[in-house]
Design a protein around this ligand. Structure first.
Ligand code: OOG
Ligand code: MG
Length: 257
């Protein structure tokens, strides 16, 4: 049977995730476009869906200077969240699920309606019924977290797991909220909701545009991770990781072996 080039890339990334073994970045030796990168991402998500998973949200990436600088990529990207990636707030997460996990503090939204065309900043509150603090665990399937824009998009934007804190009533003004990440009660990263595009709601606007462009569904009830406000940090065994957003409480988990 003949496997397409797109499917072949997707299988390599899916295998890397399942075996917890990173692969060299593709773009060093092979060439594909950004459009093809999103096709690879869809094929990769399809592998998960064939295994019984469902799509439960999306994640935005590189919506802050801190993240763009840390990873050397400066274009916004969108990835997809599936059932096995969601962990309970306050629960344990085993390091053995990942290759080289990093945690990052995020703001998340819950969609109150399907979004089928680009929305404006003024529309945002009509499309969400909740907002809160979240943590994303990113785990690039590439060696040393080294990738190009196309590589990271193909790899579902490094997404591996996420935790969401208590859902709050949506507020029109989510600007200038202090954010911090703590490891074992010690602050390791500090930021502000303004670091996410000047206003995390702008990440939802960007998501509505990218989702339409790359045929990613935005459905009622889905989670939208707006992107990290600070650089991501490697996690180790036996750490209590806590990310909080001023007035929105926190998301947290404990890492185990
Ligand atoms: C890519 C994912 C970026 C964010 O919040 O900006 C991202 C990576 O850093 O490996 O999730
Ligand atoms: Mg993120």
């Amino acid at each position: 049977c003949h496997m397409s080039r797109i499917e072949e890339f997707a299988k390599r990334l899916h295998g890397a995730q399942k075996q917890r073994k990173a692969v060299p970045q593709f773009k060093e030796n092979e060439s594909f476009s950004l459009k093809e990168a999103y096709e690879i991402q869809h094929a990769l998500i399809n592998e998960r869906i064939k295994e019984g998973e469902a799509l439960i949200g999306i994640k935005m990436g590189f919506t802050s200077e801190a993240k763009m600088k840390q990873m050397g990529v400066s274009e916004m990207i969108i990835g997809q969240l599936t059932t096995s990636m969601q962990y309970q707030n306050g629960g344990d997460i085993s390091q053995s699920n990942f290759i080289h996990p990093r945690a990052e503090p995020e703001v998340y939204f819950r969609l109150s309606k399907d979004i089928t065309s680009p929305i404006s900043l003024d529309d945002c509150l009509d499309y969400i019924d909740g907002v809160g603090a979240g943590i994303e665990i990113i785990d690039s399937r590439y060696e040393n977290f080294k990738f190009s824009l196309e590589d990271v998009v193909a790899d579902n934007c490094s997404s591996a797991a996420f935790v969401t804190g208590i859902l709050h009533e949506p507020k029109a003004d989510l600007k200038n909220l202090h954010m911090k990440m703590e490891v074992n009660s010690e602050q390791v990263e500090e930021g502000n909701s303004n670091d996410i595009l000047g206003n995390p709601l702008k990440s939802l606007v960007a998501a509505s545009e990218l989702a339409l462009k790359y045929q990613i569904p935005l459905k009622k009830g889905m989670i939208v991770l707006a992107g990290a406000a600070t650089p991501a940090r490697f996690t180790n065994e036996n750490e209590n990781i806590n990310a909080s957003v001023e007035s929105l409480d926190s998301a947290f988990f404990r890492t185990t072996k």
